[in-house]
Design a binder for this molecule. Structure first.
Ligand SMILES: Cc1cc2nc3c(=O)[nH]c(=O)nc-3n(C[C@H](O)[C@H](O)[C@H](O)COP(=O)(O)O)c2cc1C
Length: 311
């Protein structure tokens, strides 16, 4: 599906390895997200052990458009990964990870390490552009490695052929420190390029969403951690609601549970408990709800408890 960047309140779900699995993506997509992205796939692992990584490329039927994110630092391997992806249907775009701060990834020269070598980052984006048969090519980045150079990063992405850039408003050195989030630098990047700029980082409420849109002038926002335990944030933004009604929360929780069961079978009941624990936070009687949920392995009983609790 074509992405319309002039659309009001265009929303991306940020990739969060270990959180944004298929059931989660399916649910948020149904309730407000426009674009979902796979968890990061190492181009190395994909090229040399593709069967292990194939599961990470599974998507829900409603994930349209669906973007696959790859990491890497070697043009030949990136090219091979792109050629493999070319043979796969249902993928609308390839995103290059230029922001991952994790030492294992950075020490390999991938993720945010690319921000230390912008000419290489440019070559990798150009390689994807040259070989990909997908509609879209995008970049997800931080503001810099140690220092900030968001304008240069955005220009490199644009010149190398990216259709948009998503910017997390921190450098690699900032890690996830709350006081380091910098939306002004995202605004600078937006001024420097004509491709859409997607603002990312610490958007946890409708109010914050509006502030970030205003401050950055970004074409869209991307939300990650703000959706964990709070997947209705997208519904809230799309519908400009100060508060989401309990009935809607219940509908979303049940949808998530059913989607988990579909993907994980009965194992989904156990996995879903941790989600129920977060979903019930801030509601009265949460601890007795958790106790009851912990003591059953019957999916119909779990649904019954959810129906009752969120009424
Ligand atoms: C647990 C976790 C896993 C993440 N996995 C990825 C990933 O696979 N690819 C990626 O580009 N960013 C990843 N990120 C970064 C997020 O996509 C996002 O840029 C960052 O968390 C800031 O946005 P937020 O405040 O909305 O979460 C991850 C972040 C966290 C906390």
């Amino acid at each position: 599906m074509k992405i319309d960047f002039s659309q009001k309140d265009l929303l991306f779900l940020a990739p969060l390895a270990g959180y944004t699995d298929l059931p989660f993506r399916q649910v948020v997509k149904k309730f407000g997200v426009d674009i979902t992205i796979s968890e990061m796939i190492s181009s190395n692992a994909f090229v040399y052990h593709s069967s292990k990584t194939l599961r990470m490329l599974e998507k829900a039927p409603n994930e349209d458009p669906f973007i696959v994110q790859i990491s890497g630092n070697d043009e030949e391997i990136i090219k091979k990964a792109v050629l493999l992806l070319n043979d796969m249907d249902g993928i609308d775009g390839i995103d290059l990870n230029c922001g991952c701060p994790v030492p294992k990834v950075v020490n390999h020269g991938s993720g945010s390490a690319l921000l230390k070598d912008l000419p290489k980052m440019a070559r990798l984006i150009e390689t994807i552009k040259k070989h990909s048969n997908k509609r879209y090519l995008s970049v997800k980045s931080r503001l810099g490695f140690e220092d900030k150079y968001p304008k240069e990063i955005a220009r490199i992405a644009q010149q190398s052929g990216a259709d948009w850039i998503a910017l997390h408003g921190r450098t690699r050195a900032d890690k996830y420190k709350p006081d380091r989030i910098d939306y002004n630098s995202i605004a600078d990047a937006k001024q420097a390029v004509s491709i859409p700029v997607i603002a990312n980082g610490d958007i946890t409420t409708l109010k914050k969403y509006k502030e970030v849109k205003e401050l950055t002038g970004a074409d869209a926002v991307m939300i990650g951690r703000g959706a964990v335990g709070n997947p209705w944030i997208f519904y809230q933004i799309k519908n400009n609601l100060e508060e989401v009604k309990k009935d809607k929360i219940k509908e979303i929780v049940i949808e998530h549970f059913n989607s988990m069961l579909k993907v994980y079978g009965d194992k989904g009941i156990g996995i879903f408990r941790k989600h129920l624990h977060t979903y019930s936070k801030n509601f009265p009687q949460a601890s007795s709800f958790r106790d009851r949920v912990n003591r059953t392995d019957d999916k119909d009983v779990v649904i019954e408890y959810i129906e009752e609790f969120f009424s």
